[in-house]
Design a protein around this ligand. Structure first.
Ligand SMILES: [Zn+2]
Length: 489
């Protein structure tokens, strides 16, 4: 779109369900998939006379989310009624926050090619979810399920600073990582609507003046939908501008099957929500003790963990991102490496991301640390680094170590010695294996001598087999060449 001198500006409004046992203002269980209208009570159905009781655990999780995203938590915030009519909203209003939200001015660092970009966050508020309309079960009418009414949500609003559909997606991926794996405030199952986004997009010229938009695309519930819907809108708006139009604000829905958006309503019809203070709930006060409780055990942000892995432990950005995928894995690597130096960190990281990650997944364990204590991994990585274990024998050693319960570093040494796993560079022993391999394949030796030099790799494979993977590859290759040459003459 550079020919038009325009750029794209995207903002996101994200709703995330907090992982509480009960709903935000009543004792109904907060469960997914229960039979319709079985998890409801007079409060969440909005029956007259029912009074809300604020769920303290939801407040704790919301504050924890705010701290994980660098927000300033307000000591006092207020609930309001946002009034509108919709069939899935039995009370006729939603209890949310407006002028005095729970937290302001957060930020989230999103990875990009230049090493990361800080996306400012405007506000974070605590609110209840609405029910769900089901349109595809009966031909002529819709059904309503109120189980979702009153589930606790946080709403996170970014400044409109994202510059492309792919950056919007990267933001959401990072947000989910922080909330699900680092702060652990939500399960963030997008297919169950636990993390959903509304995205607004505008096109601006080089001076920042809006040329098209701001168009809002509602209710996107997968990373792919967010990126595709925004790309569709970006192209549609650019085409309109190129035709000489200046499309105005409107709200659209994304049709994932058709990969198109369609108009829902014009933004001109701004709904008047007639916000009013919620008379049945006092202002929400967060004291020092509840701030501390919410912050308990909160790990540093993934961007910070990645930076330390790169700068202090010498990992590549890709390795660092994979290690920092969960805070547990990053802590495990750091405990393993301690201050062992860069080569040790990279060797250990390779083992963690390779065989350990695969085995953890296979066994359905929470963390790689459940497979092997850091001290034992450190000993193994050291042996690999010293060249005493080859890639193959290190893999074999890991396989055997996985069968032991909490092996110690000396268990690693014992196992390597008893199973004869150390690499051998000793010439007499190497020669024995090489001669064995050559004697078994006289035909190939002939062909090698006739000029088929690529057979060297084949012989090396045979030598490795004869030595059960213990032959030092460098020393063995040199000796193999020499023996093939000398046999020639
Ligand atoms: Zn209820």
């Amino acid at each position: 779109m550079s020919d038009l001198g325009t750029g794209t500006v995207i903002g996101l409004e994200v709703h995330v369900r907090l992982a509480t046992v009960t709903k935000l203002f009543c004792g109904c269980p907060a469960v997914f998939g229960a039979s319709p209208n079985s998890r409801v009570c007079p409060m969440c159905l909005g029956l007259p006379g029912a009074l809300p009781t604020l769920n303290g655990d939801a407040v704790r999780l919301a504050v924890r989310a705010a701290l994980a995203l660098g927000y300033r938590v307000e000591r006092t915030s207020e609930f309001v009624r946002k009034q509108y009519f919709y069939p899935d909203l039995p009370k006729g209003y939603q209890i949310t926050q407006y002028a005095h939200p729970l937290a302001r001015q957060g930020s989230l660092r999103v990875p990009d090619a230049a090493g990361g970009r800080r996306v400012p966050l405007r506000r974070l508020q605590l609110e209840e979810d609405a029910g769900k309309s089901v349109h595809d079960q009966l031909e002529s009418s819709s059904l309503l399920d109120f189980n979702r009414c009153g589930l606790p949500l946080i709403e996170i609003v970014t400044e409109p600073v994202l510059r492309s559909p792919s950056e919007a997606r990267a933001f959401l991926v990072r947000l989910r990582q922080v909330l699900e794996r680092y702060a652990r405030v939500s399960d963030c199952r997008m297919e169950e609507g636990e993390l959903r986004a509304d995205a607004n997009i505008s096109l601006v010229d080089s001076g920042g003046v809006t040329r098209a938009g701001r168009v809002e695309v509602k209710n996107l519930n997968s990373f792919a939908h967010v990126e595709r819907a925004l790309a569709v809108e970006e192209r549609r708006l650019a085409a309109r501008v190129a035709e000489g139009h200046a499309p105005g604000a409107e709200t659209r829905l994304y049709d994932a099957e058709a990969r198109k958006t369609r108009a829902l309503r014009g933004k001109e019809e701004v709904l008047d929500y007639r916000y009013m203070p919620e008379p049945d709930l006092p202002p929400l006060r967060i004291d020092e003790a509840s701030l501390r409780a919410a912050a308990d055990g909160l790990p540093p942000a993934p961007a910070e963990v990645e930076r330390r892995l790169i700068e202090h432990h010498g990992l590549s950005p890709q390795e660092a991102a994979r290690i920092a995928n969960t805070p547990g894995r990053a802590a495990y690597l750091e405990a393993t490496v301690a201050d062992g130096g860069l080569p040790l960190a990279r060797t250990a990281s390779g083992l963690v991301l390779g065989q350990l990650a695969a085995e953890r997944k296979r066994r359905g364990l929470e963390s790689e640390a459940d497979l092997l204590p850091p001290a034992a991994l450190r000993r193994l990585a050291q042996l690999r680094l010293d060249g005493r274990l080859s890639a193959r024998t290190a893999a074999r050693a890991l396989e055997l170590l996985f069968r032991l319960r909490e092996p110690s570093p000396s268990d690693v040494d014992e196992l390597v010695a008893s199973r004869q796993l150390t690499q051998v560079a000793e010439p007499a022993e190497l020669e024995r294996w090489i001669r064995q391999a050559l004697a078994a394949h006289p035909g190939e030796v002939e062909r090698y001598r006739a000029g088929e030099e690529r057979l060297l790799g084949y012989f090396m494979g045979e030598v490795m087999r004869a030595s059960s993977g213990r032959a030092d590859p460098r020393a063995a290759t040199l000796l193999l060449r020499a023996l093939l040459r000398s046999a020639e003459g």
